[in-house]
Write a protein that binds this ligand. Structure first.
Ligand SMILES: Nc1nc2c(ncn2[C@@H]2O[C@H](COP(=O)(O)OP(=O)(O)OP(=O)(O)O)[C@@H](O)[C@H]2O)c(=O)[nH]1
Ligand SMILES: [Mg+2]
Length: 433
């Protein structure tokens, strides 16, 4: 059994030492303030599992319990299965009854163990929340607090913002700009890009724009088609819509197709799509417009299956509306991810107060950004995603931080509320240097 004490000047540092010694799933047993800092008692997860599991040498309930008399049998199923043969063979009946009793006891032990685990988990969550609150209660350097506030104001999730701010190295804290350049570099380095012009326009292929309702899929499809036509000519481009059942949906794309001189095909299901793609295989670029589906609708799954029927040739681009909250965009990315999701396209940047939420989702879900749309005009308001411009836009002062942003006094609350988000495994993949 490996229970160890950890001393550190701050609770956060103590917790970090615990994690360094026992890993992410370490269980903290107690914490108290001592002279010169904090003392934590912690145990390794494997030892905690061993504590909770019945020891191999310990006699099990099944073998140690005397067989209860037939009248006290507690497991109804055992009683039922034993009853047929008990009259003929009493020893068979006793064995069956014992087995049932043991099964019931084992079930009770499992339930108790699960309850204990849940209890420990919630205690750990509570402790992490309290430690995070303490850590941000005036104990973090002003530079880290400012970096966290700036990222939150830019729309980044509290989890990612805290992860980056808390890991700011001392050299960056001591830098003239208080770590601002470091923070922006980390975000820039982790921002995946798709090289839209090169991969979509030059290389070509079959691309489907997917996403929730009204995010700008049809408009963006038309903008992309116009870009392709300008590069390769109308004869080498085709438009397909899977949105055949909503009134006016086909018509909307057909009008754009007519303006561009591009044929528009409507398909109903996977087989239809496979057939259409076979006929269109000579085209350089095929763009598929899809029906909008809420991320909570099971239609999303059906749509992914339908697009997969294209023989794995269809690359899906997820349209992310930059005006949505980071929580909504995160939910969208989780619903739409899967094989064939090649990247994303950010829409409505012109309407968004901040775009940090969209960048955050692209970073955590590793969704390369292909293009950005910043208006309704076809084709003018579509641009290849550019790292520098996106960073500038994300951190352009969109409001007075003193009026709309958080104060240092709010940070302990933010930290407390983001304790669970900090355990998101996607965060561990963010490169910090
Ligand atoms: N401001 C702004 N409006 C946009 C942008 N992209 C699309 N829109 C507008 O958003 C509205 C919805 O656009 P659509 O292209 O029809 O959206 P959709 O995703 O195809 O919608 P559904 O097919 O109904 O799911 C239209 O009024 C577009 O003009 C953009 O980048 N900025
Ligand atoms: Mg549409």
């Amino acid at each position: 059994m490996n229970v160890r004490k950890f001393h550190a000047p701050t609770p956060r540092e103590a917790l970090r030492a615990v994690r360094a010694a026992f890993g992410e799933d370490a269980v903290v047993l107690s914490t108290r303030a001592v002279d010169g800092g904090t003392e934590l008692m912690a145990i390794a997860p494997a030892d905690m599992e061993a504590l909770l599991a019945p020891a191999a040498s310990e006699p099990t309930v099944a073998s140690s319990q005397p067989v209860p008399p037939a009248s006290t049998r507690s497991a109804p199923s055992a009683a039922r299965s034993a009853s047929a043969s008990s009259a003929a063979n009493p020893s068979v009946a006793a064995a069956a009854s014992a087995a049932g009793f043991a099964a019931a006891a084992a079930h009770a032990t499992d339930t108790l163990r699960d309850e204990l685990k849940d209890e420990l988990r919630s205690m750990r969550g509570l402790l992490e929340t309290q430690l995070a609150t303490l850590a941000w209660n005036g104990r973090q350097p002003e530079e880290k607090a400012l970096a966290l506030r700036v990222m939150l104001a830019a729309g980044f999730s509290a989890g990612l913002a805290r992860y980056i701010a808390e890991n700011m190295p001392t050299t960056a804290v001591a830098a003239k700009d208080g770590g601002k350049t470091w923070m922006r570099d980390i975000i820039a380095r982790n921002l995946p890009l798709f090289a839209g012009d090169e991969r979509l326009i030059e290389q070509g292929g079959v691309f489907a724009l997917v996403g929730p309702t009204g995010v700008g899929k049809t408009t963006s499809t038309a903008k992309l088609a116009a870009r392709c036509v300008a590069r390769h000519g109308a004869a080498r481009v085709a438009l397909v819509t899977t949105d055949g059942y909503r009134i006016g949906a086909f018509e909307q794309l057909r009008i754009y197709g007519k303006l561009l001189g591009v044929m528009v095909h409507s398909v109903r299901d996977g087989a239809d799509l496979a057939l259409a793609l076979g006929e269109l295989r000579q085209k350089h670029v095929v763009l598929i417009d899809t029906a909008g589906a809420s991320q909570r609708d099971r239609m999303v799954v059906e749509q992914i299956a339908m697009l997969s029927a294209g023989g794995g040739r269809v690359q899906r681009l997820l349209c992310l509306n930059a005006t949505s909250t980071v929580e909504t965009l995160d939910e969208v990315a989780r619903a739409y991810r899967g094989d064939g999701l090649a990247g994303c396209l950010l829409t409505k940047l012109d309407e968004a107060n901040s775009i940090g939420g969209a960048l955050d989702v692209a970073i955590r879900h590793k969704l390369p950004i292909s293009f950005v749309a910043d208006g309704q005009r076809v084709p003018e308001d579509l641009h290849v995603a550019d790292r520098k411009r996106l960073l500038e836009r994300a951190f352009a002062p969109s409001g007075d931080l003193r009026l709309f942003g958080l104060t240092n006094g709010d940070l302990p609350l933010v930290a407390a509320n983001s304790a669970a988000a900090m355990r998101d495994p996607l965060l561990r993949e963010v490169q910090l240097g």
